[in-house]
Design a protein around this ligand. Structure first.
Ligand code: NAP
Length: 468
């Protein structure tokens, strides 16, 4: 039986690895998910074949989990996805922490952990990282859901005291390993102190980070939850937990780095820089240099331009997600194409509020994958484009990222829409983007502003283009 279980774990591990590979491209992402689900089902069934399990408790856990998970998956809107993910990370990490605490409590005499320093180390790591991920994720959820103040809260010597806390947690871990090796006496209090320290570190770590930058933190916490699960695998001697946890930990870490890069932040700045604190002087500098006024356009005039354009590029941003206008943008694209125009979509890596946000929305609306072009691919095409339609995007098309050294987004790679012959921007009013700064593109003489909710504007444009 054990051989069968190990074989099943091997198959599940391959499924996870190939699913991650498939998730790197929009056209194979759905299959990637299916493969991951199959892999997880195999892993769960194989685990249930272990002897001595209490199936009543497992069934109860499954029912409670399904009751909480189904509404989270089905009814939470796309715009609330980052906080939903933060919330689920807290659950995952709580599971790892509770398994660790349970394992520690199981044998009060610690006899099974005595003379096994490696296992004790893995267990302690699991609990320390698990506990800090629970509270860190809940803090991230609270900030994103506006239950807690979103602004970064800073105080003197913050990084130093946070590191000191983390070091004391690591000190407990080392003590427990030494105790397990019989070099110092074992004290359960040290273990519980470590759980408490982990819980505190999670809170303190997220306090200095602004709510708007939470997605990077969530991705990092995802990585921690993966590492905690990996350590659980070592503590429980379970291969699939080790593999899945390592994959989760590594991919979360890589994603955090990729997101920081796309937002033009160093990783150290992400962790220690109280990021999300918009540098007010820089923000003012960003707006201060802009002169002139925005040029409003009527839906009729905008539609005429689109109806006779040969090449059109749509640039979706966070506003598309807010107004849930993915189906309407696709309808407009279809109508333009029926009239003989060519349409593509420009996807910025951090448009919206989570990685892949725009891809997911547009895929949901059935926009063919070959029409979604990444930034590097699409940027050279703007110069030969008649009309760019910016749908609720702001920072990702802000030329200040290239031109204004004082701007908080200076250095962030952007979609160079100002190279196009004309630009139509769909937004509700004169609201700033995520970074809180003005956008000189909106003041450019070749840019026209079509004010209103993106969904309504797109619906009007579609019927106007049809009748043009
Ligand atoms: P953005 O800079 O946040 O701008 C969104 C714009 O949409 C706003 O200016 C707003 O203007 C408009 N808007 C809001 N609701 C709308 C509606 N119903 N209809 C029409 N327009 C609407 O968005 P972005 O250009 O997509 O840039 C994303 C930003 O998020 C970047 O700064 C990025 O660094 C950051 N970020 C992204 C991620 C990620 O993983 N994707 C993670 C963390 C941070 P009005 O109020 O005037 O309508």
């Amino acid at each position: 039986m054990d051989i069968l279980v190990q074989l099943a774990y091997l198959v599940a591990s391959f499924a996870f690895i190939f699913s991650l590979r498939a998730l790197t491209r929009p056209e194979s992402a759905r299959n990637g998910y299916r493969l991951a689900i199959i892999g997880m089902a195999i892993a769960v069934v194989a685990t249930l074949l272990h002897e001595g399990l209490s199936y009543e408790w497992i069934a109860a856990g499954l029912i409670i989990g399904a009751l909480v998970g189904y509404p989270l998956g089905m009814f939470v809107p796309m715009t609330a996805m980052p906080e939903r993910i933060a919330f689920s990370h807290a659950f995952g990490a709580l599971a790892a922490t509770l398994v660790g605490v349970g394992e520690f409590m199981q044998v009060k005499s610690f006899s099974h952990l005595a003379h096994d320093p490696f296992r004790m180390g893995a267990l302690s790591f699991e609990v320390l990282f698990g506990a800090l991920t629970v509270t860190g994720s809940l803090m991230a959820f609270g900030k994103l859901a506006a239950i807690l103040p979103g602004r970064p809260l800073t105080y003197p010597l913050q990084n130093f005291s946070n590191l000191a806390f983390l070091a004391s947690g690591a000190g407990c871990l080392v003590y427990l390993v030494l105790a397990s090796a019989g070099l110092v006496p074992m004290h359960a209090e040290v273990f519980y102190a470590m759980v408490g320290i982990g819980t505190m570190v999670g809170i303190l770590m997220v306090i200095p980070i602004g709510g708007a930058d939470m997605p990077v933190v969530i991705s990092l916490l995802n990585s921690y939850a993966g590492l905690a699960a990996c350590a659980t695998g070592f503590a429980l001697d379970n291969t699939i937990l080790i593999v899945a946890g390592a994959l989760d930990g590594a991919s979360g870490f890589i994603l955090s780095i990729a997101m920081s890069k796309a937002m033009n932040r160093s990783f150290a700045n992400v962790i220690f820089g109280a990021f999300g604190a918009v540098d007010q002087t820089a923000a003012v500098g960003g707006a201060g240099g802009i002169t002139g006024e925005m040029h409003p356009i009527s839906a009729e005039d905008a539609a005429l331009r689109l109806a006779y354009a040969e090449r059109v590029i749509f640039v979706p941003g966070y506003g598309l997600a807010v107004s849930q206008a993915q189906h309407q943008v696709r309808e407009l694209a279809d109508v333009i194409e029926k009239r003989g125009g060519s349409v593509i979509f420009a996807i910025h890596p951090v448009a919206g509020r989570m990685p892949g946000h725009m891809n997911v929305l547009l895929a949901e609306a059935g926009v063919p994958y070959d029409k979604l072009l990444d930034m590097d691919e699409v940027n050279p095409k703007f110069a030969e484009t008649d009309v760019v339609v910016v749908v609720g995007a702001n920072d990702v098309v802000n030329p200040a990222a290239r031109t204004n050294k004082g701007s908080p987004i200076y250095g962030m790679p952007i979609l160079t829409v100002s190279d196009a012959r004309s630009v139509i921007v769909l937004k509700r009013g004169q609201g700033a983007g995520f970074s809180g700064i003005e956008n000189e593109l909106f003041f450019d003489p070749k840019t026209s502003m079509l004010y209103g909710d993106a969904r309504k504007s797109l619906t009007t444009l579609t019927s106007e283009v049809k009748s043009a």
